[in-house]
Design a protein around this ligand. Structure first.
Ligand code: UDP
Ligand code: MG
Length: 397
């Protein structure tokens, strides 16, 4: 069993990956950075996974030791009601480089990941599930793929999946929809096993259940995204935390991601186009009905009575709806332009004058915003503990 002092799993002559500098390029919190920066941070959200944590931790240490990676393991207890937190605390106490965060209640996987990202310091950050369905032996392949294919995000693809059909089938449909709508063609968007270059995570806002869309959000910011096939094992302990409700929520999230990645800066093009289409259809119908109203009165036949024609009401509805949508699109444009102007004035107050889309050097190493509530930390020294409003700065022992 490793102890805090011997830490044999942290390779003394660690092999740093080819394309990763030993130190981060820039640092927002230089006074709080520890003496060494891990090559790799492994972020593991867990909710009621007490039986799996010990085995997972042991296997991770073994893999990282063999891969000669300087590694930190970050567990996040997402409001567990079993002894998951006790297990995490004991692992963090026994092993340097292992840290644990406890969220005050169950905030969901995205918030748990976000908590982990906010303290992860590795040049590469790997996320995986805590239930032993993801195989730690795959981690070196993720690192290899990042390097060899010059990627920024590598997503796992559980090609052979050990889950019941009622999870696998909707998941395939969902993946096809996400790939088709966003243009980010991955087989398995929902796979929890992924690897990121650290800088990617500073640009992704995680809340709700957006963890499924990190590759899409990253691709929208210009990061290169790829995938590798990974082994998947059946769940041995505990139960899946997701039921069929995931489908509906996933679909709604997809709509919001589609809007945010494609039209966040030009909402009128989406909402206004739909409005114009609706308005045009209604108007054409009204013109047709007006002509018919006149013509039927000129001839001998029965006159057209608009109040008795159902299409007349549909046309009115379409015209009103279309006008509403165009108006909503214009208001959305107004909001975007006001917030862009506010961002610009904030930037000029801070002395920054970079064009939109170009990050300041410090922003590229900044932490994701924290949208959760943390109750306890384990594995953090006083030296790297809370400092001002930055409660979760990590360090080494
Ligand atoms: N999880 C979490 N918070 C939640 C739901 C899940 O931290 O609200 C964790 C869970 O403990 C596991 C991972 O997310 O480590 C994936 O969950 P699960 O295995 O239930 O998903 P499935 O594999 O069934 O899709
Ligand atoms: Mg699972």
């Amino acid at each position: 069993m490793n102890t805090q002092t011997d830490q044999p799993w942290v390779a003394q002559d660690a092999v740093v990956m080819k394309s990763h500098p030993a130190e981060p390029k820039s640092q927002s919190y230089p006074s709080q950075l520890p003496a060494w920066v891990p090559d790799l941070s492994i972020v593991i959200p867990a909710m009621n996974e007490e039986e799996s944590l010990g085995t997972l931790h042991e296997r991770l240490l073994d893999v990282c030791k063999r891969a000669k990676q300087r590694v930190e393991i970050i567990f996040i207890d997402d409001g567990s009601t079993d002894s998951t937190w006790l297990r995490m605390q004991s692992l963090a106490a026994q092993h340097a480089g292992t840290k644990a965060i406890r969220l005050r209640r169950n905030f969901g996987k995205a918030a748990a990941l976000s908590a982990g990202f906010s303290i992860a310091r590795g040049n590469v950050v790997v996320t995986m599930d805590a239930d032993l369905q993801d195989d730690p032996e795959e981690i070196p392949r993720f690192l290899q793929s990042l390097d060899e294919n010059s990627l920024d995000v590598v997503s796992g693809w559980k090609r052979v999946r050990h889950d019941p059909w009622h999870k696998v089938f909707p998941s395939r449909v969902f993946n096809a929809m996400v790939s088709g709508l966003t243009g980010v063609r991955l087989h398995d968007h929902n796979c929890g096993f992924k690897a990121y270059r650290h800088d990617v995570l500073g640009e992704v806002d995680l809340y709700g259940e957006r963890h499924r869309f990190i590759p899409v959000l990253a691709a929208a910011r210009g990061w290169r995204v790829g995938e590798i096939e990974v082994l998947h094992h059946p769940r041995v302990h505990g139960q899946s935390k997701y039921g069929l409700s995931r489908l509906g929520k996933g679909f709604l999230d997809l709509m919001s991601i589609y809007l945010l990645t494609g039209y966040a800066r030009r909402p009128l093009h989406l909402i206004g186009s739909a409005g114009l289409l609706c308005f045009a259809a209604g108007s054409i119908g009204m013109i047709y009905l007006s002509i018919m109203w006149v013509l039927t009165r000129l001839g001998d036949g029965e006159a057209l009575h608009l109040h008795a024609t159902a299409v007349f009401y549909y046309c009115i509805l379409a015209v009103l709806l279309g006008a509403q949508c165009v108006l909503a699109g214009l208001i959305a444009e107004l909001i975007v332009s006001v917030s862009a102007a506010r961002d610009r004035s904030l930037q000029s107050m801070q002395g920054g004058r970079l064009p939109a889309g170009v990050d300041t050097p410090t922003a590229s190493f900044s932490r994701p915003s924290v949208l959760y509530s943390v109750s306890e930390l384990a594995g953090f020294d006083a030296a790297d503990g809370p400092s001002g409003d930055d409660h979760a700065t990590a360090g080494t022992r």
